[in-house]
Design a binder for this molecule. Structure first.
Ligand SMILES: [Ca+2]
Ligand SMILES: [Ca+2]
Ligand SMILES: [Ca+2]
Length: 409
């Protein structure tokens, strides 16, 4: 009977032990550790310490990153932070899942615990009627110990959870805000630079357009100048061509003139030669050369008209005295010789035989003395020793005469 009574008691004890094992498992799951409950706290602390270090490292990096201005480094840091944030989020999700799992297990444990408590109460009630109070007391002590440990673990779990949540909050708020602020500043700086660049770009575009316009104007002017230059070149070419033609024509004219000059010189030489021959010939036939004229002095006497007729017959005429030299030449003649001067047409108006009027005269003293009443209309030279030796005489008087033939050369 006692054995029978003992079996249920042992069975009850075994069940009670199993219940404790279940509670331990529940506690281990609740603390997130696989180890025994007493060792759960140090590892959690280590994890907490690690998280604290990470937080401090993050805060340190956040502080030091304030001094960094370059976009690349900040971006790298941001990426690193994002990576870490992702890891933290992942860890957070994992912890949340673990927490949910723990809560689920805790609920189960609590349910089991309640069930076990009821069973225990039932057993205690049963044990009261048995002799196993000592065992019951022992079991009660064990239970109290387990409850104490469970409370400690729950407290640690809550503390760690609170700390983790605080870290996550700080990580989210401080990190995100600082990063957001920094990124906002970076964005503003980049926007400012962008605006500056846009402004510079606009300025450069305007400058480029201005230069394009100037270039266009210059090209237009260049084109115009090129056209003008081509026009001038064509004109120059035409002018050169015309000048060459004129030069050629002038050269031809010069050559023609040179040819004519040569011909003239040749003719001049020929004529000079002929003149010299004539002079020589005339000197031997009564003609005398003097100052580009040849003179014939008669050896007989005739009236003035008879004398003139003789001269005309010789291809000459009575002498016309045109210069002082010719006047002096008459002084070498033998005396009283008719010359070609008369006033037969109009009394007092002296004319040479070629029709020219008398301008320079060499009348002898008191000459001319002819008048309407004293008919003296023809002139002769006399007195070789007189510088002025002209005298008017009646035309029918007989005198020697002098013919003059002007030479062309
Ligand atoms: Ca003369
Ligand atoms: Ca007269
Ligand atoms: Ca007279």
């Amino acid at each position: 009977m006692e054995m029978v009574a003992h079996e249920p008691e042992k069975s009850a004890f075994s069940d009670s032990t199993d219940d404790a094992t279940v509670r331990d498992d529940a506690l281990r799951s609740r603390s997130g550790e696989d180890s025994e409950v007493p060792t759960a706290a140090p590892e959690t602390e280590a994890r907490c310490k690690k998280l604290t270090e990470e937080r401090d490292e993050l805060e340190r990096k956040l502080k030091t990153s304030d001094t960094e201005a370059r976009c690349k480094k900040l971006t790298e840091e941001r990426d690193e932070l994002e990576r870490k944030l992702n890891i933290s989020v992942s860890q957070y999700n994992s912890l949340t899942a673990e927490r949910d799992e723990l809560e689920r297990k805790l609920k189960t444990s609590v349910s089991q615990y309640n069930s076990l408590t009821e069973e225990r109460d039932e057993l205690e009630r049963k044990l009261k009627t048995s002799d196993t109070e000592a065992r019951c007391k022992n079991v009660t002590e064990e239970r109290d110990e387990l409850e104490r440990k469970l409370n400690i673990s729950v407290s640690q779990y809550n503390s760690l959870t609170a700390e983790r949540d605080e870290l996550e909050r700080k990580l989210k708020t401080s990190d995100t805000e600082a990063r957001c602020k920094k990124l906002t500043e970076e964005r503003d700086e980049l926007e400012r630079k962008l605006n500056t660049s846009v402004s510079q770009s606009k300025s450069l575009t305007e400058e480029r357009d201005k230069l394009k316009r100037i270039n266009s104007d210059t090209e237009a002017r260049c084109k115009k100048l090129t056209e003008e230059r081509d026009k001038l070149e064509r004109k120059l070419k035409t002018s050169v061509s015309e000048a060459e033609a004129r030069c050629k024509k002038l050269t031809e004219e010069r050559d023609e003139l040179e040819r004519k000059l040569n011909t003239s010189v040749s003719q001049y030489n020929s004529l000079t030669e002929e003149r010299d021959k004539l002079k020589k010939a005339m000197n031997t036939t009564g003609w005398v050369y003097f100052s580009n004229s040849v003179y014939y002095i008669s050896s007989t006497k005739k009236t003035w008209q008879g004398s003139r007729d003789d001269c005309l017959q010789k291809g000459a005429d009575l002498m016309i005295i045109n210069s002082k030299e010719e006047q002096d030449f008459t002084r070498h003649l033998k005396g009283h010789v008719w010359i070609g001067l008369s006033d037969r047409e109009t009394e007092g108006t002296w004319k040479w035989v070629d029709g020219t009027p008398l301008t320079t005269s060499y009348w002898a003293i008191n000459e001319p003395d002819g008048s309407e009443y004293r008919e003296e209309d023809c002139v002769k030279v006399m007195h070789h020793n007189m510088e002025r030796n002209w005298n008017d005489k009646p035309c029918d008087e007989s005198n020697f005469w002098i013919c003059e033939m002007k030479l062309l050369l």
